[in-house]
Write a protein that binds this ligand. Structure first.
Ligand code: NDP
Length: 292
């Protein structure tokens, strides 16, 4: 039987329905949730992501401010924008779209965002809380979207062996922490480019989260029959059969659907959940300020 679909679009729609109500309650109390997004340069994929975030804000009644700066922008100018948005009481969430141009220190700049407005969840204070096992703060959107999707599918993680393929600050590491946190209670292995016998490690997983950025890397024979597989990867691969000349591929080969019990599609899996969680963080930030 082919794997069931971990349908990120359906789950994101449920999250949106919930958020519409929370936004409406905030507005009844005179608060308009407001997300500011800064983008530097003209990377086409980043502009697509930002537009889609702005569009989702519009759908949910969240105000958005879109600040687009040229790639030649000096770091000091971006710092100035961040400080200004930190000060503004009407702005609840600030996001600096990655990647920044090479002359900018992305980590240092995102560290300048006030932690309570850090809707990406990358500030050391927010990641530090997660390391402490406190999962009620600003969580990084992609990993928290993965967790929400697993909950949506009623998957019980307790005692399960989870393998996270990838150890990045934005996906792999926080995903591992969330899977191991109290309440989720999985037993977690983090694999990366120095891991030996990677296929065998993956094959031990009851839950496999792939976040490597290598198209179709995880093959069907790396996966334990019946495993739950979450494909975080978003990779552009050349494809002459498409009019635009490329297609999106995940990190998981589609043939894994013949072995796994659940598989998230690309597109339509983790991608929509990432945006939904960004919206939730923004609403949460607005609620926190209001109820302080
Ligand atoms: P990074 O490049 O920051 O991290 C990739 C990780 O994979 C690293 O830990 C790296 O190991 C590991 N890795 C790379 N190659 C191999 C290999 N051959 N074998 C084992 N491990 C390997 O990527 P991100 O975490 O930022 O993103 C991962 C994927 O997720 C990308 O496709 C990205 O586009 C996608 N993504 C999707 C999002 C969504 O909304 N769906 C959001 C964010 C990212 P090492 O640390 O040793 O170098």
């Amino acid at each position: 039987m082919p794997a069931q679909r971990l349908d990120g679009r359906a789950c994101a729609t449920e999250v949106e329905v919930e958020l519409l109500e929370r936004v409406s309650s905030l507005k009844d109390e005179g608060v308009e949730p407001h997300l500011a997004v800064i983008i530097v340069g003209d990377d086409p994929a980043s502009h697509v992501y930002v537009n889609s975030k702005v569009k989702t804000c519009g759908r949910l009644g969240i105000r958005s401010t879109h600040i687009a700066l040229p790639s030649s922008t000096e770091e000091a100018t971006l710092e100035h924008h961040i400080h200004d948005l930190n000060q503004r009481e009407d702005v609840h969430g600030i996001l600096v779209q990655s990647p920044l141009p090479p002359h900018m220190d992305e980590e240092a700049l995102t560290d300048l965002i006030a932690p309570h407005k850090d809707v990406d969840g990358f500030h050391p204070q927010n990641l530090g809380r997660l390391v402490q096992g406190r999962t009620d703060g600003m969580l990084p959107c992609t990993p928290s979207g993965v967790m929400r999707m697993l909950r949506w599918a009623n998957i019980d993680l307790e005692g399960k062996r989870a393998v996270v393929l990838g150890r990045s600050r934005i996906v792999g590491m926080p995903a591992a922490l969330l899977l191991a946190a109290r309440g989720a209670d999985a037993t977690v292995t983090v694999a990366h480019s120095r891991t030996q016998e990677l296929e065998a490690v993956c094959k031990e997983a009851d839950v496999l989260v792939a976040a490597v950025g290598r198209p179709d890397m995880v093959k069907a024979d790396w996966v334990k029959p019946g495993a739950i597989v979450v494909d975080v990867g978003i990779n552009r691969v050349d494809d002459d059969t498409r009019e635009r000349g490329w297609r999106l591929a995940g990190d998981v080969d589609p043939s894994v659907a013949d072995v796994a019990s659940w598989l998230s599609p690309v597109p339509g899996g983790v991608g929509p959940m990432t945006i939904a969680m960004l919206m939730e963080n923004t609403v949460r930030a607005a609620e926190a300020v209001h109820h302080r």
